[in-house]
Design a protein. Sequence first.
Length: 224
Amino acid sequence: MNTPQHTAAWHPVARSADLRPGANIVAGFAQAQELALWRAADGTAQAWENRCSHRSVRFTLGQVIDNRLACAYHGWQYEAGSGQCTSIPAHPAMQAPRNVCAKTFGTAEAAGMLWVNLSPEAAPVPDELRDAVPTGWHFCRTLTVRAPAQAAREALESHGMARVSSSWRGRIGGTETVALVLDAQPRLAFIHLWTEAAPGSAAMKALHAAARQLRTEIEALPQG
């Protein structure tokens, strides 16, 4: 089944719970685009190109200051939402140039995940994202697979998983599972696994073991 174009544009890059307001900056990828993921003090999730506009230093080396992201190199600060540079510590009396901005991407939080849209234009958030993971299900793990995302999707299908909009649903290791596949880099995919099984249960442990076997299976496929 083909994924509708409006949902395919949204990439499940990280769990929402992994971003804490005003705290950590998480590195991420989507279709080879390197991302800096963070949450402003006001709670809004941000996904930026992981590059400061000044000297191209990675934002993931910096820090969150209230609703701004500060580069680790010269301390330039950029405002959440717009990405506009608001402060240059070496010249505190000088107004930051209006043309200096971080490159930002659209974000949506749904089904326990942070989704990113790489389009330069704001895109509407599809209702389907809210249903990607059933309400009340638990996060199991994110599986790092050194293979193209398409190989991961084909492996899930071969295991009887069915494509439902932006997710794959079925059983892995006998456990009801939802899999969200992230196309991170040409030969790197992430599979976020959610399940109805309770944390610490035998079913959850079975899913962990089956997921490791699935990764081995995918990475053993011919890469072309």
